[in-house]
Design a protein around this ligand. Structure first.
Ligand code: SAH
Length: 263
């Protein structure tokens, strides 16, 4: 076949970097829902959760979270796949848990697409960093307890010299600390915060699979939370919220119990 003339059909499709929200389908944006319906292909990993993934027809889902074999790292594979599909004129949704720009590599993917000349649009989502504490009854700010909030990754080893997260500075701000990817290294950063001057009885809440049907919440203090994590078997994905605000949940549960009277 000879070279075809450039026509509108040769224009690449758009890639939408879409945040799915934390997992409850009712917490997806209307725009995300519409784009999932309109998309030719949805590239996703496991983080959007079973309920949301279950609403996408099998035929247009592609799991790019895990890849058996191959020479590419998953991120390179995802980048290539997005470009390949868009160049075939497909409308692509790259679905990400929470918000695409909160520890979601959305920035890297957006730049990659732009470099390749693929139209890209970002559709923000409800991040688990806000929704997780929210559904657990933990306000991130509070007039009496916290006037700032920090979102940090717990993946970094706090004992590392050049750790990208400055736990000491975080301890000093006195604001609420929300840790993503923070189940595994909880012992290390809980200790780092106490060493930096945080009170050992600072409240901590762990919110596992926030808004999923099997969500769990566990609470403790910087001193006890590792034992709580181990006893309850808390696993990723989970959010850790550290600060006085984390005690609000128990207070409200007590109030509700005492105010309730007869069921
Ligand atoms: N872009 C996502 C975060 C991706 S990083 C967002 O905005 O939510 C992956 C981390 O997100 C997990 O390790 C966990 O800390 C957190 N996370 C994502 N979904 C979650 C959920 N439903 N419940 C608890 N934590 C969640």
């Amino acid at each position: 076949m000879g070279e075809r003339e450039k026509s509108a059909s040769d224009a690449p499709g758009t890639v939408y970097l879409v945040g799915s929200g934390p997992g409850d389908p009712d917490l997806m944006t209307v725009k995300a829902r519409r784009l999932l319906e309109e998309a030719d292909v949805v590239l996703h990993d496991k983080l959007p959760g079973p309920e949301i993934l279950g609403t996408i027809p099998e035929g247009k889902r592609e799991d790019v979270g895990k890849r058996a074999g191959g020479d590419w790292t998953p991120q390179e594979y995802t980048n290539r796949r997005m470009v390949e599909l868009a160049r075939r004129g497909k409308t692509v949704v790259r679905l990400k848990g929470g918000d695409p720009f909160v520890f979601g590599r959305g920035g890297e993917e957006m730049e990659h697409l732009a470099r390749e000349g693929i139209p890209v649009e970002v559709v923000p989502g409800v991040t688990s960093a806000v929704a997780g504490p929210g559904v657990a009854g933990v306000p991130l700010t509070h007039r009496d307890h916290a006037s700032s909030v920090s979102f940090v990754t717990g993946h970094e080893d706090p004992t590392k010299e050049e750790s990208a997260v400055d736990w000491r500075a975080l301890a000093e701000t006195g604001g609420t600390i929300v840790v993503l990817m923070g189940v595994g290294k909880l012992p290390e950063y809980a200790r780092a915060l106490v060493e930096a001057g945080k009170r050992p009885d600072t409240p901590v809440a762990l919110v596992e699979r926030a808004t999923w049907p099997d969500m769990r919440v566990a609470t403790g203090t910087l001193e006890t939370i590792v034992a709580v994590r181990d006893r309850e078997g808390i696993e990723p994905p989970a959010i850790a919220v550290i600060g006085e605000v984390a005690a609000t949940r128990e207070r409200v549960l007590d109030l509700l119990e005492n105010a309730g009277g007869e069921p």
